[in-house]
Design a protein around this ligand. Sequence first.
Ligand code: 5GP
Ligand code: MN
Length: 364
Amino acid sequence: MAQLSSTPLSDALEVTSLGSEGERRVVIVGHKSPDGDCIGSALALRSYLLARGADEVSIMVVGHVPDNLLWLPGAETIHQLTAQSDLEPIRQALGRARLLLLVDFNHLGRIGNPLEGLVAEVIGRPEVRSVMIDHHPEPEMGLVSEMYSDTSACATGYLIAELLGSSAPRELELYGGADMATCLLAATYTDTGLLRHGQITPALFRRIATLMELGARHDEVVLRIFKSDKLSRQRLLGFIIDERTTYDLDLGVAVFALRQEDFDRFGVEPGDTEGLVNVPLDVAGIRAVAFLREQRDPEEPVKVSLRSQGNLPVNEVASKLFGGGGHLNAAGAEYQGSLADALALVWQGLRELVDRYPECEIID
Ligand code: 5GP
Ligand code: MN
């Protein structure tokens, strides 16, 4: 379902009307613990806006950019914030902004502290045009001046490519070079697990073709994002499969959890586990997977990641039992309790879900 502003995205991103030269300053905000879709989309927009004449484009996120995304053009400019970060440069960049882009998330709570409150202040300023571009269900309404939300898009990066590529056909050609196209491809490939899940449509393949015609570097994206695991991560995966995963083949559910000591033993950071939750879904008969991990953040000690196949809405488990959210087949939450309690809850939630959706249905 799409909730699109009646203004074409290319108009909402028009920078010359923001002020005279020197004043056309933009801030792009992603969600906490950003993934490839968030970072790829933000960097693509940065490259596009600079080509259109923006004087300054700052990207800021709470948490770390995963290592396998740091090669993307412009990634070295991203402000990665932690509780200890010096917020002065962030306050200044936000204070100067005339255009604020919220990318790959649907409500302010997903930004995370310490950035959330600062961004909320900026949205309220009359001279700031605020734009949300996202594909998650139930976006916060009334928040921004221009909303581009489409839950049928497999990735925010794909939504951007469609909005700039089809409504104004020359936009991408004029301002989107090979770097922008590469970032959009990276965004789309990460959120679809290399075109293995999400809504994979003929239009998506057509758009990928046009991105490659613009110079998107498919081979480099695949190699650097999907074939660049550290050996420690592969070893951790072996340990997860061998020793940590409970497979309930009657129920069609697999669950695994990692403690801080597991991360220490394998020399892996909790944030470097992106994608591991998808692995048990490759087992025949497994329809849902939960991955729970201890985080270093004492306020949110447990992170829950959920994935499913077909018609099983794991976002219901994330929202009803953990106060999180997400898509039908990929959802998550943070839990303020022990790992053992979170595990019990997740099993209960997935059992109930499978009871309610006993049939395996592949949905389009
Ligand atoms: P992941 O498991 O990769 O961290 O997250 C998968 C999806 O779940 C994300 O794209 C996002 O939609 C959602 N998600 C993850 N963590 C949270 C959370 O803490 N709160 C909410 N509302 N959604 C989350
Ligand atoms: Mn996304």
